[in-house]
Design a protein around this ligand. Structure first.
Ligand SMILES: NC(=O)C1=CN([C@@H]2O[C@H](COP(=O)(O)OP(=O)(O)OC[C@H]3O[C@@H](n4cnc5c(N)ncnc54)[C@H](OP(=O)(O)O)[C@@H]3O)[C@@H](O)[C@H]2O)C=CC1
Ligand SMILES: Cc1cn([C@H]2C[C@H](O)[C@@H](COP(=O)(O)OP(=O)(O)O[C@H]3O[C@@H](C)C(=O)[C@@H](O)[C@H]3O)O2)c(=O)[nH]c1=O
Length: 290
């Protein structure tokens, strides 16, 4: 099965390259594949002619999206519809990544797939528009919402913490936003499980939204402390973490206070559950500090 993965340099795409070694994976990225250029989307999908598309490229700069709403909407909101149309034209399905930021952050129970979406920032709004565009495109699809992704690749919160700790003794980190840290390597395994299931039965769990994220919830400050604790074993930098409120750490975009995801539907459908977030974190920090 030939799989086209978009977002060649991104965390999820690079994790797919690692976890899917030996499979027929083709990676597309800028400049020749640009989500802001509809022609390049259609051209790439027609040329590669994959059996399945994994749509992992996105505009992921949450604060910057507030200042570039049109660009964020073109890349995250409109392009998934174009990917869907191009995939439908050759009769292949799309697995598309989306985010916990489609929810408004109210309440304290984990969000289920059919809970009402109400994004509070431009990034979340654009990602929700993309889910809707793909669903309306005519392609068969699975939309997999994940959260708080980190990995040895690209930029992410874990790498930011380890970098800042090189020069700082104390960091103030928000403790009033709750979610599920997720290793991109675990996401790659989950996406490949969907691929394998569809090879057996292409209609299994098709045209659905799923949640897949690290097992167990935490807040960013506790996550940061766990990063330094995991790093200490490998001689990583030490740093005190002071819990602060979101009001004490103003950002351009407001983040949801509760973005915990209920992942039972994915587990029930594809038989896979993410490891506890602490287990995956230890592995990634070990790789980063090796
Ligand atoms: N990071 C996170 O915490 C979370 C991410 N997600 C979703 O998961 C998916 C994968 O995220 P992740 O791997 O972390 O993303 P990254 O930010 O690591 O990578 C995004 C990739 O998208 C590419 N990209 C951005 N704009 C364009 C464009 N106009 N045309 C083509 N490619 C473009 C980037 O290319 P370039 O290298 O050229 O900049 C980059 O390779 C995304 O859909 C994201 O919304 C969901 C939940 C959490
Ligand atoms: C660097 C830093 C961040 N923070 C806060 C800001 C924010 O609320 C939280 C996490 O910071 P980040 O900038 O990594 O967060 P953010 O970019 O909002 O991460 C999000 O990215 C997108 C793509 C998603 O889809 C989400 O699931 C989520 O992972 O930590 C501090 O409190 N202190 C600090 O020193």
């Amino acid at each position: 099965m030939k799989i086209l993965v978009t977002g060649r340099e991104g965390q999820v795409a690079r994790s797919l390259a690692q976890q899917g070694a030996g499979r027929d994976l083709v990676f597309a990225g800028r400049p020749e594949f640009d989500l802001a250029d509809g022609d390049s989307i259609a051209r790439t999908i027609a040329k590669v002619h994959p059996d399945l598309v994994i749509s992992a490229a996105a505009y992921t700069a949450v604060d910057q999206a507030e200042d570039e709403p049109d660009l964020a909407m073109a890349i995250n909101g409109e392009a998934p519809g174009l990917i869907g149309r191009a995939a439908a034209a050759i009769g292949v399905p799309v697995i598309h990544l989306s985010t916990d930021y489609v929810f408004d952050g109210s309440g304290d129970r984990p969000w289920r797939e059919d809970d009402p979406t109400q994004p509070i920032g431009m990034y979340g709004k654009s990602k929700l528009a993309g889910e809707q565009a793909l669903a309306a495109s005519g392609a068969s699809y699975a939309i997999v919402r994940s959260a708080w992704i980190y990995s040895p690749f690209g930029s992410n919160f874990v790498k930011t913490m380890l970098r800042l700790a090189e020069t700082r003794d104390t960091l103030g980190i928000v403790s009033d936003q709750h979610g599920n840290p997720t290793s991109a390597l675990d996401i790659a395994d989950a996406l490949l499980a969907v691929v394998d299931r569809w090879q057996e039965n292409p209609r299994h769990g098709i045209d659905q939204v799923y949640h897949f994220a690290g097992t167990g919830a935490t807040d960013w400050a506790t996550f940061a402390r766990a990063i330094f604790a995991a790093g200490a074993v490998h001689g990583g930098p030490d740093c005190d973490v002071e819990s602060i409120t979101s009001a004490q750490y103003p950002t351009r975009a407001t983040r949801p206070a509760n973005s915990r995801l209920d992942c039972t539907k994915f587990e029930r459908t594809f038989g896979l559950k993410s490891p506890p977030w602490q287990t995956s974190l230890e592995k990634v920090v070990g790789t980063l500090l090796a």
